[in-house]
Ligand binder design. Structure first.
Ligand code: PHE
Length: 345
């Protein structure tokens, strides 16, 4: 029996050296240490020996069993780590945080504007960026062949025999969000209370305050007796919620073919509270939008009876408003896709 113990011990050592992977060690375990393994069988036969012999041989057998078990374990761990190093996965390591995207500052502020206007009963409407000349100009009371069409630095779309096409077939990139007023009025019944945020396009050289595309938020409110006073109240309310400060507005006479009377709207400068600073060129006021009472011809072109209905429209250049809110000095930053800029919002 002593001889057999020695043999088993030698055999295991030999076989360990031949083990190449975890499966080999598993077989080794099975062959020697499992219930039917050689060592276990040897332990069974110890029981048949006399007490003396069993004590001395038993402790020797136990010692060898422990030694071999430990040996197998350490070798096994080594093989396991080296053979699987490439796809070794440690589930206790902390995970990698995925980079989370940011909502663009323009989108974020438009969402905020929507919320404020929706709180005053306005619905948010969208329209196509590729527009036809009829909706972009004619329906809005731009006279035919009037320089105003060029005045807006229109990007006309190349089309075959363009001059022979009808206004509704000639395509342009919309120069403002006002055509959506027409689209909405033609398909809905008054009263109206809508805002239209969206991208508009102008054929301009870019610089710190000009881009070929930028955002506008259009507004339209039509009912039986809407006046300029309602416009002023709604706008003051809006600015106050948007900037979180009391804001005054003032109207200056202006011209748009689609409103009469028309005005440019100035807002008291939020940076200096009207005292005069670099943001407002020391005037205390900032020009923020065009507006006016909707021209009767525009209502007519949209199937709305101007004898029964009246109201105001406005169009804000949104980029400038957001620039002012966050003290951004170059409009091109909005469209450059530079993460160093975008991550700040
Ligand atoms: N559409 C005009 C522009 O782009 C702004 C405007 C809208 C003015 C509605 C009056 C009424 O300049």
């Amino acid at each position: 029996m002593e001889k057999e113990l020695k043999e088993i011990s030698q055999d295991i050592r030999k076989e360990i050296a031949l083990c190449k992977d975890i499966d080999d060690f598993w077989l080794l375990h099975k062959k020697y240490l499992s219930k039917e393994g050689r060592l276990s069988i040897l332990f069974q036969s110890l029981k048949k020996l006399s007490t003396d012999k069993r004590a001395s041989l038993g402790s020797e057998a136990n010692r060898i069993k422990k030694e071999l078990t430990d040996l197998i374990k350490t070798k096994e761990i080594k093989v396991d780590q080296s053979s699987n190093l490439d796809d070794y996965f440690d589930p206790t390591l902390p995970g990698k945080k995925p980079a989370i995207g940011h909502i663009h500052p323009l989108t974020k502020s438009i969402n905020r504007a929507k919320m404020i206007f929706e709180g005053m009963g306005f619905s948010t409407i969208e329209g196509p960026e590729l527009e036809d000349e009829w909706h972009n100009f004619d329906a809005l009371n731009f006279p035919k062949d009037h320089p105003a069409r060029e005045m807006q630095d229109t990007l006309f779309i190349k089309q075959k025999n363009r001059e022979k096409l009808l206004e509704k077939e000639r395509l342009v990139m919309r120069t403002h969000t006002s055509p959506v007023q027409i689209r909405y009025m033609l398909t809905h019944k008054p009263p109206f209370r809508i805002i239209v945020p969206g991208r508009v396009f102008r054929n301009e050289a870019t610089d710190a305050s000009h881009e070929v595309n930028f955002y506008q938020i259009e507004g339209l409110m039509i009912d039986k007796d809407i006046s300029v006073a309602n416009f002023k109240a709604i706008m003051e309310n809006f600015w106050q919620s948007f900037y979180g400060k009391k804001v005054k507005i003032r109207l200056r006479p202006s011209f748009f073919p689609f409103t009469e009377p028309s005005f440019e709207v100035d807002m008291s400068c939020t940076s200096c509270k009207g005292r005069g600073c670099s943001v407002c060129s020391k005037t205390g006021w900032l020009e923020v939008m065009g507006a006016g009472m909707v021209h009767p011809n525009v209502l007519k072109n949209s199937g709305v009876d101007p004898k029964k209905w009246q109201g105001f429209a406005f169009g804000m250049g949104w980029d400038r408003i957001v620039m002012m809110k966050y003290s951004i000095d170059d409009v091109r930053l909005f469209y450059g896709g530079d993460l160093r800029f975008l991550k700040q919002f």
